[in-house]
Design a protein around this ligand. Structure first.
Ligand code: FES
Length: 548
């Protein structure tokens, strides 16, 4: 059996109180960062666009990751630092950032940043860890790559499959966004022009291998010889992203007749991928979507959360530009999707943005007023999904917003500003409307699946909320405005990167691809537009109040 270790809410709290502030000077200027004292300065910088040079995975052997500690308490110099840094430079405060752990607020200088790159490490707290894996019996090519191909982001991890060790992780933007931020625009473009379809496919193929090369270069120290050691590449994604990756099947996805059918997302042949990636020994597996509107990212979520391994009923939501929903009844799997929630990734919201630096992610009403937090404590640049949920819940609770979604008369046409003189902190009426439609679609879909399964909420023992959106979500606020059902909060589990974790599990297990596809073999998929009561249910759920 596979056991997943998940960061529970209280663990996250412990992490927060171990945060400290770091001032960084570099040739690009000065910035402040909130940092986790438990990780090395190099690993912390790898989460940002100010990465130091590195070529040994933080082993202290390449000597490239130098920073100068200007002030603050830190761990003593390590043996590696005595070996790699001359005494005069040590006396000036130079340290290897991979060996450096801060113990207080601090200030550092970086003389040489690494080359600019779009790739960042994924924060450890967003990655799942696995135990008791039945590892494949390998004698050659032990490295493996797991890819979660999202509409807005790619997440890629590099593994030693023999030892079940995650060597490194990267996330970066999906370069297909230049053809449209939503999947419909991209599918349309692909169907209109085979040349654009090919270009979009190549953009992602290049991005995947760039991420792999970045990991090998910085964490292993060698690229070309190590590419030959990669024996498997597993890829999951929503159905649209997989068809665009393989330049195959986009026309089927735009045809409603295929929404509940299996869509062939496999490329004609993998030889060109092998040649492009320079991976002579890798078996490449594009894990197939469940149907035209449910991708293999949902299957990966099911695998990572073990949703179908209990006799208890459970829901799973993967909230993204296309929200996929699964209901496990204890013996049967019901699946649907709503094209519902680009709002949670900032799309369609005037000041919406992804959960990146400067995004308002947490709002609380306190006795002394509103307490507003942004990611990395940067000046507010907009609302990410969780910030949007908090903003609306707070406004409804204090009467500024009515459950109908209309502002009280005290708010003018220009909307409500959460921070004085900051135009990026304003919510307007159309934002509320967009949010209402998104949350009503999700709530109505859940209610419809329950009805189809002849179950009620009391029977639901788990609710797994997957996707980047879940990272900072305030569950009570989401329940108060009808995005999540009002079940006991301890039954709600938040997973930031479950689809990547499911892909990793398939990569690491013996016969992982087979187990993966079997998971949804007997699932019942529902096209909500064909369910008579769905529209009425959707309209009932538009109000900003609990689902039931
Ligand atoms: S010495 Fe720090 S990354 Fe190589």
């Amino acid at each position: 059996m596979v056991i997943l270790t998940i960061d529970h809410a209280d663990t996250k709290f412990t992490k927060i109180i171990n945060m400290s502030q770091l001032i960084i000077h570099s040739p690009l200027g000065t910035r402040k960062l909130e940092i986790d004292l438990q990780i090395s300065v190099r690993n912390m910088l790898d989460l940002t666009d100010w990465r130091v040079r590195a070529a040994c995975g933080g082993q202290g052997s390449c000597g490239a990751c130098l920073v100068k500690l200007l002030s603050g308490k830190a761990n003593p110099l390590t043996l590696a630092e005595y070996q790699k840094i001359p005494i005069t430079e040590r006396e000036q405060g130079w340290r290897l950032s991979c060996q450096l752990r801060l113990m207080s607020d601090a200030e550092i200088e970086i003389e040489h940043l690494a080359h600019a790159s779009q790739w960042r490490s994924i924060a450890v707290e967003n990655l799942l860890t696995f135990e008791n894996l039945g590892l494949p019996n390998l004698s050659t090519h032990p490295f493996g790559v797991a890819v979660d191909l999202g509409t807005t982001h790619l997440r890629v991890t590099l593994w030693n499959r023999k030892t079940a060790t995650r060597i490194a992780s990267r996330h970066g933007a999906n370069p297909q966004q230049r053809y449209g931020s939503d999947v419909l625009h991209r599918l349309d473009s692909a169907v209109q022009s085979p040349q654009i379809a090919q270009e979009m496919s190549e953009l992602v193929l290049h991005a995947i291998i760039e991420a792999v090369r970045d990991m090998l270069m910085r964490e292993v120290g060698e690229v070309s010889p190590m590419l030959a050691e990669i024996g498997e590449v597993f890829i999951v994604g929503n159905a649209a992203m997989l068809t665009l990756l393989t330049a195959h099947g986009s026309d089927e996805l735009l045809n409603p007749a295929f929404w509940q059918k299996t869509v062939n997302c496999q490329p004609e042949h993998f030889e060109s991928w092998h040649a492009l990636w320079k991976l002579p020994n890798a078996e490449i597996v594009v894990l197939p979507p469940v149907s035209g509107f449910v991708g293999s990212d949902l299957t990966a979520d099911l695998l990572a959360t073990h949703l179908c391994e209990s006799e208890n009923a459970a829901f799973l939501l993967d909230v993204g530009t296309n929200t996929e929903i699964a209901l496990w009844t204890g013996s049967e799997l019901f699946i649907t999707a709503v094209p519902g929630a680009p709002a949670f990734e900032g799309i369609g919201i005037c000041n919406g943005m992804l959960a990146e630096s400067g995004a308002i992610c947490d709002i609380k009403q306190t006795d002394s007023g509103l307490e507003i937090k942004t990611i990395n404590n940067e000046p507010a640049r907009g609302f990410c999904g969780s910030g949007l949920v908090d903003a609306i819940a707070v406004l409804v609770a204090n009467g500024t917003l009515k459950p109908s979604g209309r502002f009280a008369q005290t708010v003018g046409n220009e909307g409500f500003a959460f921070i004085e003189n900051n135009p990026h902190s304003i919510l307007v009426g159309s934002d509320i409307d967009t949010f209402q439609r998104a949350k009503a679609a999700i709530a109505a879909a859940m209610l419809t699946l329950l009805e189809q399964a002849n179950l009620d909420w009391q029977k639901i023992e788990r609710l797994c909320v997957c996707g980047a959106f879940g990272r900072h979500l305030n569950i009570q606020n989401a329940q108060a405005i009808g995005l999540l059902p009002t079940i006991a909060t301890e039954k709600v589990e938040l997973y930031a990167d479950a689809s990547l974790a499911g892909c990793e599990l398939a990569l690491l297990c013996e016969h992982g691809a087979q187990a993966f596809t079997q998971l949804t073999l007997h699932a019942k998929t529902f096209n909500l537009s064909l369910i008579p009561n769905y529209d009425d249910c959707y309209i009932n759920q538009l109000r900003l109040k609990p689902i039931f």
